[in-house]
Design a protein around this ligand. Sequence first.
Ligand code: PLP
Length: 390
Amino acid sequence: MTTAAPPPPATTALLGVYARVGPTFVAGEGCELIAADGSRYLDCVAGIAVNALGYGHPLIRDAVTRALETGLIHVSNLYHTEAGERLAEELIARSFADRVFFCNSGAEANEAAFKFARKWSRKPGIVAFTGSFHGRLFASLAATDRPDYRAPFEPLVPGVHVLPLGDRAAAQRMLAESRVGAVIVEPVQGEGGVRPVPAEWLVFLRELCDAHGAALIFDEVQCGLGRTGTLFACEQSGVLPDMLTLAKPLAGGLPMGAVLLTDRIAAALEPGDHATTFGGGPLVATVALAVLHLLAAPEFLAAVQARGARLGAALHALADRIPKVKEVRGVGLMWGLELSQPAAPFVTAARELGLLITTAGPSVLRLVPPLVISNAELDRAVTLLGEVLA
Ligand SMILES: Cc1ncc(COP(=O)(O)O)c(C=O)c1O
């Protein structure tokens, strides 16, 4: 970026639930966002882990065009359409799942998974863990470890317990003593500070759910679909869930969520048990199919792993010379820097230098760049970050 960003325009027509900052973006190209005054920003936020292919990717443009040429943007889940069915088949072919339910966002996917778990287990309780973020709707918010987000909206869905992650005795006691039908965990926590969850904890939860007849749900809304260098983050632990939720990058920036589930759970569900008007429509599903083909390609995932290792090493080197960086955590292209002070001022300072990063909790800086970011762009991001932190 060369020019100072203009002050943000007044957004009085929009509900004030977002603290919007910085310039108005009018275009995007590759891994850069372009502001109204022409200044360019290297984007290590990617729409909060949505824009895996960056901006203006020809694959997405072609898929949108192809979908529009059929005239079908939306049809309705009253009927069959091809793209959604193919997408479900391809997600199944690449995962543990036997069935897929499509919806429109991450929170919706988790809410659906909670309903499916309840219908299957006939038990009302939900267990989540400290550091979790599962969405802003009434059950997903109840399962989110942010008391400040929850407090103004209580009572939320009852019977949701947020337990200390890693405390086996607490989890064992809860599942033994309460009627818990669902246990939800992010294999790599995102909003809670970018924390890869130890594989042993996922193994333990798998055994616990099997012993007590609860459904294990992996929330891969942020860490799934190639972000960690494997198509699904849980592949790295070898643990399979009963359900896995996806959203963010699934349809290349168009709104789409999904619940992947086993036949064991699916058998409990029948027509009318759940629905959403837009879920899995032909436009979003056509784009998602193209995105999935790219993200699931072994050479694409290998490149994410290589770039992720490069970024991780560079961030560790940064931490070695800048004492205010207390810890570096992450995997693939999902990294967090735990600082010894509030992180937000560094987000502002980085933006002023032309680098977009975000926070994950009060003292963590988060980098979730497009998965197509180049080595040169990663190096530029780390150099700018170093300037900002020093
Ligand atoms: C792990 C996780 N689950 C669920 C959600 C909620 O997704 P959405 O904002 O699409 O409702 C998010 C969003 O950040 C997330 O990171």
